[in-house]
Design a protein around this ligand. Structure first.
Ligand code: ZN
Length: 255
């Protein structure tokens, strides 16, 4: 059975008029536009998503400084308010930190954000936007003590290998409950899932590709066929997807 997760939050904020700007990008919406953020989560719930991801992508210290912990908690509270009364899980995004931050500092910040997400009682921590398995391994270690589900999501290129190099099969060895491919083209997602599924017949896999305008017509039918072909545990959308995308996905993959 394939379950449906939500679509993009960052590009959806921009589509609804919120300016994503340095230094804190989408994290600025947590205090600057909490109602908008909650409305986006709520629209995904109304589209029948079974999981929403709190807008914690940019709450690492490298983006928001001392306010990291506080913003992570606030983002999760907004997501919890949006799913109130519904049987919908709340995930926290633990995103890749750019390489210009030193490695020991990145490891410390993954740990700090993972702890904040755990303390805010998310059901799932999704380590996402990672382009290399070695970097994803750092994040995996940071969430080792988290008692809920841990997901690892990697961004593949067209041949299905990680965008930043390495072997995608390595992600299967990092102890994640769900391994996802995301923020990529439909073709890259397909190639990556082929590699992952041939390396493991039983791993729980997920896909939430980006929705490029050129892919608009085939996005939902392709994802539905990938869900079937690879027995995906979860499907959803990344950058460019909207609540409408998720509603269409639900029609293609009924409960
Ligand atoms: Zn994306």
């Amino acid at each position: 059975m394939t379950r449906i997760l939500d679509g993009a939050v960052g590009t959806e904020l921009a589509r609804r008029g919120f300016a994503l700007a340095e230094p804190s990008f989408s994290a600025a919406a947590i205090e600057g536009a909490p109602e908008l953020l909650r409305a986006i989560h709520r629209d995904y719930v109304d589209a029948d998503a079974e999981l929403v991801t709190a807008g914690t992508t940019c709450v690492h210290r490298c983006w928001v400084g001392e306010r990291s912990d506080l913003l992570a908690h606030a983002a999760v509270r907004i997501a919890r308010a949006a799913v109130a009364g519904r049987n919908v899980k709340v995930a926290g995004a633990l995103a890749m930190i750019p390489a210009h931050v030193a490695m020991d500092e990145r490891a410390a910040q993954y740990e700090e954000t993972a702890t904040a997400l755990a303390d805010s009682s998310v059901d799932i921590v999704v380590c996402e936007s990672f382009v290399e398995p070695d970097e994803l391994a750092l994040a995996a270690r940071a969430c080792e003590r988290f008692v809920g589900q841990r997901w690892g999501a990697i961004v593949p290129r067209a041949d299905g290998t990680p965008l930043g190099g390495g072997a995608i099969e390595q992600v299967l060895t990092l102890g994640f409950d769900v391994v996802a491919v995301h923020c990529c083209s439909l073709d890259a997602a397909t190639a990556a899932l082929e590699r992952l599924r041939s390396a493991s017949a039983t791993a729980a896999l997920a896909a939430y590709p980006a929705l490029a305008p050129a892919d608009a017509a085939r996005f939902v039918p392709t994802l539905a066929s990938l869900a079937d072909r690879f027995s995906l545990a979860w499907v959803g959308g990344c950058c460019g997807s909207t609540p409408r995308t998720i509603a269409e996905l639900r029609r293609a993959i009924p409960r």
